[in-house]
Each structure stands twice: as structure tokens, then as C-alpha cells.
Design a protein around this ligand. Structure first.
Ligand SMILES: [Zn+2]
Length: 152
């Protein structure tokens, strides 16, 4: 499963344009429709609507940066319920089977599209051949979607 979110930072309007284009591409691009056949895609297009309504740049109604509080947010977190709910959905409803989590932000100092991802650290660990094969497969899967998006 693939999870895509945007607008954790309400001032990053460009993230909504990217999300709209991504949804359109998912619905119309033959390459991405193939992706939908093999993986569920869960989309949270507006993570911080109260921050957008209040005209905040980086915070929600509680005045907190929900992106910076991601690690600490819990389901009963009343200060950052948006990220807590998405984290709960990913860990409980999707049973932790998230292949990729894309969190779209706006970046004023970079041009084009930038992907950050976790690193499977292929070179530094000493695994059995089977473990190494699984990590290489995960590494390839992480890089597949950015490559497909680049073409679409
Ligand atoms: Zn951001």
C-alpha cells in the first residue's frame, strides 16, 4: 500500500497543486493505473485544514507544527489529531503494510521535485543472501514510484 499526504504545512500551497496533479495522473496515466492494480493508494490531500483556514504558515489551530510532532503524536493527541489519525490508519487499518509513504511539501529553495526516502543501507549491513535480496527489493520498490512519476 502507498500512502500520500499533503499540506501538513498550510502555507505550502504548491503541495495542493502537486496533489491535484498526482490524483489526476493516478486516474488517467496508464503507467500509474497499472500501479493501482497492484497496490492500494490511500490519500490524505489536506492534513492541516484548520491551519489553512486560520491562514497559518506552518502550524495547526493549536499553534503546533504537525510535521515536527509526527513522532510524538498518539491517537488520543488532542493537539495534533490530524497526524495522529493518519498514523493510526497506517499502523492499524493498513496493518503496517505501507510500502511507501509520500508526504508532499513545498520547498522554496529547490526547483522541481525532490524525493527524500529512508535508506535501506545496502552496503553497510552484513546479511545473509536472502536478507540482502529483500533489502535490495525494498530499495528498488522505493525508487520505482519516483521514476514512474517522473515519466508521467
Ligand atoms: Zn512543509
Amino acid at each position: 500500500m502507498i500512502v500520500i499526504s499533503a499540506r501538513q504545512h498550510p502555507g505550502e500551497h504548491n503541495a495542493s497543486f502537486i496533489m491535484e496533479g498526482l490524483i489526476r495522473a493516478l486516474l488517467t496515466s496508464p503507467d500509474l493505473q497499472t500501479l493501482l492494480l497492484i497496490s492500494d493508494v490511500h490519500i490524505a490531500p489536506m492534513m492541516n485544514p484548520d491551519g489553512v483556514i486560520c491562514g497559518n504558515s506552518r502550524s495547526n489551530l493549536s499553534g503546533l507544527d504537525i510535521n515536527r510532532r509526527w513522532a510524538e503524536s498518539e491517537l488520543n493527541d488532542k493537539l495534533t489529531p490530524e497526524s495522529a489519525a493518519l498514523k493510526y490508519h497506517m499502523s492499524h487499518n493498513l496493518n503496517g503494510k505501507v510500502l511507501m509513504f509520500i508526504d508532499i511539501h513545498g520547498q522554496s529553495s529547490s526547483n522541481g521535485m525532490v524525493f527524500y526516502s529512508n535508506d535501506s543501507n545496502i552496503k553497510q549491513q552484513q546479511d545473509t543472501i536472502a536478507q540482502l535480496g529483500k533489502r535490495i527489493e525494498a530499495w528498488l520498490q522505493m525508487r520505482l514510484l519516483p521514476k514512474v512519476l517522473q515519466k508521467s
